[in-house]
Design a protein around this ligand. Structure first.
Ligand SMILES: [Zn+2]
Length: 82
C-alpha cells in the first residue's frame, strides 16, 4: 500500500475523466497507478476506451443506407430533394 493507492470505486470515478483527458496531473497519476495494478479496472478501461472509439467512428462515418432510407421515409415523399 502506498499513498497513491486507491480502491476500485475511486478509480471508476476517475475513469470517465481519464478517458476525457479531463483529470489533473495528480488524478492521472492515481488513475494510472491503479490501472497498473488492477486487472479488473484495466479491463474496464479498455472496454470504455474501445466503446468511445467505436462511438466516435460510427458518428463520423456516413450513415448506413438503411438508416438513410428510413430518414427519407420520415421526411415524407414530397421532401425528396435529391
Ligand atoms: Zn481496480
Amino acid at each position: 500500500m502506498t499513498d497513491h493507492d486507491v480502491d476500485c470505486e475511486k478509480c471508476e470515478e476517475l475513469l470517465q475523466g481519464y478517458l476525457d483527458r479531463d483529470l489533473t496531473r495528480e488524478e492521472v497519476v492515481v488513475a494510472e497507478g491503479h490501472l497498473d495494478r488492477c486487472d479488473y479496472c484495466r479491463r474496464r478501461y479498455r472496454f470504455e476506451e474501445r466503446l468511445r472509439r467505436y462511438i466516435r467512428v460510427s458518428a463520423s462515418e456516413r450513415m448506413p443506407a438503411g438508416l438513410l432510407a428510413k430518414l427519407a421515409e420520415l421526411r415524407g415523399p414530397s421532401a425528396d430533394g435529391l
